[in-house]
Structures are given as structure tokens and as C-alpha cells.
Design a protein around this ligand. Structure first.
Ligand code: OOG
Ligand code: MG
Length: 269
């Protein structure tokens, strides 16, 4: 088992029981306090062991692994959440939100929306030592997208270990209408306007994400290499929120307008 990872379990928790409780919270739409309140030794590596155990459980129940997401790749996100480095989590087909569908309120606890640059991989990318240029040459197409994050922790309060364990607040995501070859768009300069109920509340360019979203992709490949994985051809990669997330309650309407990658509309349901 993975229970040898990290510090000795405290508060009665271990890798298996935290993993099971997180999946129960997700299935029951139940929020809870972060585990590190009771188990301060739940560090990043332990969080990843929990995340990987729950990926195995998701696959066992029939979900398909379709890619990865990065979290906390922009300063806006890091400052808001109080975790000051990026991390990587899994995407399965159960997280895909069909274009035009509302925010799936019935499955989520307290959804928030993030504008993201999304990659579809043309080639396998295996770290370590991957550079931004190498990463971008493995990309087939570039999209705008919206991630609907949903932490299992009350008020999105967590440490790095908690949020890694919680698959980086994964919920759902939708991709925009336009996919371009990477050579046709300057991603550092690609802008997004975040519009809530008709009012622009935030904006950023791709440079907000590690200077260039390709840097986030390289980081994911290099980080995953430490965990024994590569980024596979055909996978989807969400490179992380460009701005702070916005709340998406029922009745809200959010639009993300990208310069070249089109607009993504999400009805709060
Ligand atoms: C963690 C997930 C962050 C992103 O794009 O930065 C994330 C959170 O803020 O709850 O998906
Ligand atoms: Mg995100």
C-alpha cells in the first residue's frame, strides 16, 4: 500500500482513509475541514499518494484517464489560495462538461470558474528536463477553456497536502470553440476577459501562467516524471487559472472571452 509515504499518520487518518473520505465527500456533495488540521504531517508527497489512490478508484469504477490539470500556476491563484507553488492532478472523462451545459450544480458543492489555456497533446511528453520549447513542440492544438473547480474543503481552506489529495479541487471543465496550432497563437499575449452577469470582473494574458502556459506544461511533465508518469499523446492539459476564480451560483452567467480562442459561456444553472 501507499501508507508508508510521508510522516506517520496522525489523528487516526492514513492514506487509505483520507482517500476514501475525499471520494465520499465528492459523491455526497459534503464539505469538510482540511485533514491537516488533524494530520499536520500530510505533506505534498502524501497528498499525491492519496490523489493517485483515488485515480485508481476512479478508473476501477469505469472512468477513463484523459489528461492532467495544473493548479496554482498564476500569482493570482497562488495569492488567493495561500499555496505558493503549482501542482498537478488527474482529469477523467467524468469531468468533461459538454459545450452549452450549465454548471453541474447537482454534482458540485460550491463551484467556481477559472479561465484557462488548454492543450491537446500531439505527442508523448516525458520528463525530467523538459523545456518550454520542447513542451510546445509536443502540443497539437491550443484552446481556451473554463475549469469549474470544487474543493471538498469548507471555504476552499487547505494546505498543499490537502489540495493535492483532493485532486486539486477538480470538478468539471469545458473547452472553447476554437482550437489552433501552437504556431498560430502567441500564448503569452493571448488575453482573456472574465465577465460575470455582463460585467467584466477580471482579465489576464497567458503570461500570467508561469510566464507562458508552455512553461506550465513543461512543469507538469517534469513533476509527473517524479511520480513515474508521462503526458500521453491525445491527452488534454489544463494549464491553470489565469485569474482568480469567480463564484458560479445558480442563476449566474459567466463568459470568458479570449482574444483568438473564442468565448466560453457558462450558465450557473
Ligand atoms: C485549487 C485548484 C487550482 C488552478 O487552476 O489554479 C486550479 C483551488 O484553487 O481550489 O485548478
Ligand atoms: Mg484550474
Amino acid at each position: 500500500t501507499a501508507s508508508g509515504v510521508g510522516a506517520a499518520p496522525e489523528g487516526g487518518w492514513d492514506v487509505e482513509s483520507v482517500a476514501a473520505e475525499l471520494l465520499r465527500c465528492e459523491d455526497e456533495r459534503r464539505e469538510r475541514e482540511p485533514f491537516t488540521d488533524e494530520w499536520p504531517g500530510l505533506d505534498l508527497d502524501t497528498g499525491y499518494a492519496i490523489q493517485d489512490l483515488n485515480l485508481a478508484k476512479r478508473l476501477e469504477r469505469g472512468e477513463k484517464l484523459i489528461g492532467v490539470k495544473l493548479g496554482l500556476t498564476s500569482r493570482a491563484k497562488q495569492q488567493r489560495m495561500g499555496v505558493h507553488f503549482p501542482f498537478v492532478a488527474w482529469l477523467t472523462d467524468a469531468m468533461v462538461l459538454p459545450v452549452g451545459d450549465p454548471v453541474p450544480q447537482g454534482k458540485l458543492i460550491h463551484p467556481r470558474i477559472e479561465p484557462e489555456i488548454v492543450f491537446v497533446m500531439g505527442e508523448r511528453l516525458e520528463g525530467p528536463g523538459i523545456t518550454c520549447a520542447q513542451a510546445m513542440s509536443a502540443v497539437e492544438s491550443v484552446w481556451g477553456g473554463a475549469e469549474v473547480i470544487d474543493s471538498r474543503y469548507s471555504n476552499f481552506r487547505f494546505t498543499a497536502g490537502d489540495v493535492a489529495a483532493d485532486n486539486a479541487s477538480s470538478g468539471a471543465f469545458v473547452t472553447g470553440p476554437i482550437g489552433l496550432p501552437p504556431s498560430e497563437v502567441d500564448l503569452a499575449l493571448e488575453a482573456v476577459l472574465v465577465e460575470v452577469d455582463g460585467v467584466v470582473v477580471d482579465s489576464a494574458t497567458g503570461a500570467a501562467v508561469q510566464g507562458h502556459p508552455g512553461e506550465a506544461l513543461a512543469l507538469a511533465a517534469n513533476d509527473l516524471a517524479r511520480r513515474g508518469h508521462a503526458i500521453e499523446a491525445g491527452w488534454i492539459v489544463l494549464t491553470g487559472g489565469m485569474t482568480d476564480a469567480v463564484f458560479a451560483p445558480p442563476g449566474s452567467s459567466t463568459a470568458l472571452h479570449f482574444t483568438n480562442l473564442g468565448s466560453v459561456f457558462l450558465n450557473g444553472g
